[in-house]
Design a binder for this molecule. Structure first.
Ligand SMILES: Cc1cc2nc3c(=O)[nH]c(=O)nc-3n(C[C@H](O)[C@H](O)[C@H](O)COP(=O)(O)OP(=O)(O)OC[C@H]3O[C@@H](n4cnc5c(N)ncnc54)[C@H](O)[C@@H]3O)c2cc1C
Length: 491
């Protein structure tokens, strides 16, 4: 029996999910698996980097899910410090920086994402840090240990907010500079305002509507301040939280088709649409929005793992497909918990839906019951008459709904880099019919991360199309101690 070879480029969530799943389905005698990783380690959790910086995670190695030795024990060969430099699609070979050429029968490209870096002077200075690899976390920890006192975070997506919070916790003064009017750019304004207020209440200085113009640097190369049109903010440390784009250069140079979002254009099977013999998965790949059906790019580990598993399943001989994303995410700022799924009103508007929304101000459990905390839920649906957005009774109670609005939604946002929900097509689509059934799943709890399958929907929506749901939960009196809360994170 001849042995096939699978080469995987990228040794983190997507690449190693693909490798592990292929190995589960095909033994070493049938499939040789080689993973090329340009960095020093594999299978690390970028999600945990802010909490390692913040000190909630004290052991760096706790961020390593599996070691090279563990993979090799499963017959998966890992080559670290081996950067794939060229893919020769015609020859079926990958050239790597270790001087070798790796022939393949199956190829998975899982090169991940790269932090968005606007082209402003000074951005390459030493004190400017992305938050992407473990080395970035080490650099930021070292800067704090060396005495950094003033941090400026550029961008207000979830990584920017997580970083602002942990830097504040480490005793730095923190300014968050936003190009947008509000943090978390693709939440609706009314929800973004609550987040902005929570940040201010914590002591984070939020500076909205200010695209960064320059990182001011001393003659000796040390950063001094971040300059915008409105002012200059002193900084010893600058952190990039401007979003994550796909790292698809290698694939593009090889001739793989790139999609409208900049990610590798793949089908639901994770096969390249231009070269179906090649798979791509994770942050480097484009995907689909499950409501609009449009192309989307959402850089989250939860998708990377699933997409990698789909590729690995197919290579292992088992049919599989990735259904797409809903833009589901959950995070927190201080004690304010934030979650969303589906389309917010600006996205629904862009996609051409006739939509309406309601905000329900209620409590997380019956108001008289110990532990009841305020919660605001925004529900967005397509079309529908009065009551189409009514809340489930277990959340809101009979008299809890307020703040009903109908389209058009709040607008006025610009279009700088976003790093959270997916971009949606500006093309009006008015005849969309969904395949998803609606059902309520009010099981949102502290620290939990709802799965994309948890879209709250209803079966009798007049327009038939699913809307979105945004949930903001206040936890002024938090029921979980901090340590327990972090233990419940599922990055
Ligand atoms: C601060 C932070 C917090 C996050 N929090 C969450 C969260 O709470 N929940 C969540 O779901 N997601 C979260 N994410 C996102 C999540 O980490 C990513 O979506 C996920 O890691 C993507 O996995 P990936 O395998 O596609 O890419 P990556 O993790 O980026 O891995 C790609 C790998 O490929 C390697 N590589 C690239 N090019 C080459 C090459 N030419 N040759 C060899 N190797 C190469 C890279 O070195 C890298 O190791 C967070 C990300 C960050 C940065």
């Amino acid at each position: 029996m001849s042995t096939d070879r699978l080469v995987v480029i990228g040794g983190d969530a997507a690449g190693l999910s693909a490798a592990a799943q292929a190995r589960r389905l095909r033994p070493a005698g049938d499939l040789e698996i080689v993973v090329l990783e340009q960095g020093p380690e594999v299978s690390y959790s970028a999600c945990g980097i802010p909490y390692w910086i913040g000190g909630q995670v004290t052991d760096r190695d706790a961020l390593l899910a599996r070691t090279v030795a563990q993979f090799e024990a499963d017959g998966i060969v890992i080559r670290t410090h081996a950067r794939a430099e060229e893919i020769d699609l015609a020859a079926g070979e990958v050239s790597a920086s270790d001087g070798r050429r790796y022939g393949y029968d199956h190829l998975v490209v899982a090169t991940g994402g790269r932090p968005t870096r606007p082209p402003v002077p000074g951005l390459d200075a030493d004190g400017v840090h992305g938050v992407h690899r473990l080395a970035d976390g080490a650099d930021i920890r070292a800067a704090i240990a060396a005495g950094a006192k003033r941090a400026v975070v550029l961008g207000g997506g979830y990584i920017g907010l997580e970083m602002a919070e942990v830097l504040l916790g480490r005793g730095l003064s923190v300014t968050v500079v936003l190009a947008d009017p509000l943090p978390m750019g693709q939440l609706d304004d009314d929800m973004g305002e609550r987040i902005c207020k929570a940040m201010g209440d914590m002591g984070i200085d939020v500076q909205p509507n200010q695209p960064v113009r320059e990182i001011e640097v001393d003659a000796d190369g040390a950063i001094r301040a971040v300059r915008t049109d409105a002012g200059s903010y002193d900084a010893d440390l600058v952190v990039l939280g401007l979003g994550m784009g796909p790292e698809a250069t290698l694939a593009e140079e090889a001739g793989l088709q790139i999609g409208t979002t900049g990610g590798i254009d793949v089908a639901h099977t994770q096969r390249s649409r231009s070269h179906p013999e090649v798979f791509a998965a994770g942050d480097c790949a484009q995907t689909f929005h499950r409501i609009t059906g449009e192309a989307a790019h959402v850089a989250l580990g939860t998708h990377a793992n699933k997409q990698g598993r789909v590729a690995g399943s197919i290579i292992g001989g088992r049919p599989a497909r990735f259904a797409g994303v809903l833009g589901t995410a959950a995070t927190k700022v201080g004690d304010l918990e934030i979650a969303r799924t589906g389309l917010c009103t600006t996205e629904a508007e862009k996609a051409g839906y006739d939509h309406r929304s309601e905000v329900i101000e209620a409590t997380t459990r019956a108001g008289y019951y110990p532990g009841a905390e305020p919660i605001a839920v925004k529900v967005i649906t397509e079309g529908g008459g009065p009551g189409c957005c009514s809340a489930p009774r277990s959340w809101a109670g009979p008299a809890a709904a307020s703040g009903s609005t109908s389209s058009p939604p709040p607008s006025g946002r610009g279009s700088p880099p976003r790093n959270w929900p997916p971009p949606t097509s500006p093309t009006p689509r008015r005849s969309h019919r969904p395949t998803t059934r609606w059902r309520w799943r009010p099981a949102w709890s502290a620290g939990s991360r709802p799965a994309d399958s948890g879209l709250a929907t209803r079966p009798d929506s007049p327009g038939g199309a699913p809307g979105g749901i945004l949930i903001i939960r206040y936890s002024a009196v938090h029921v979980l101690p901090r340590s327990a809360e972090h233990a419940h994170r599922d990055p």
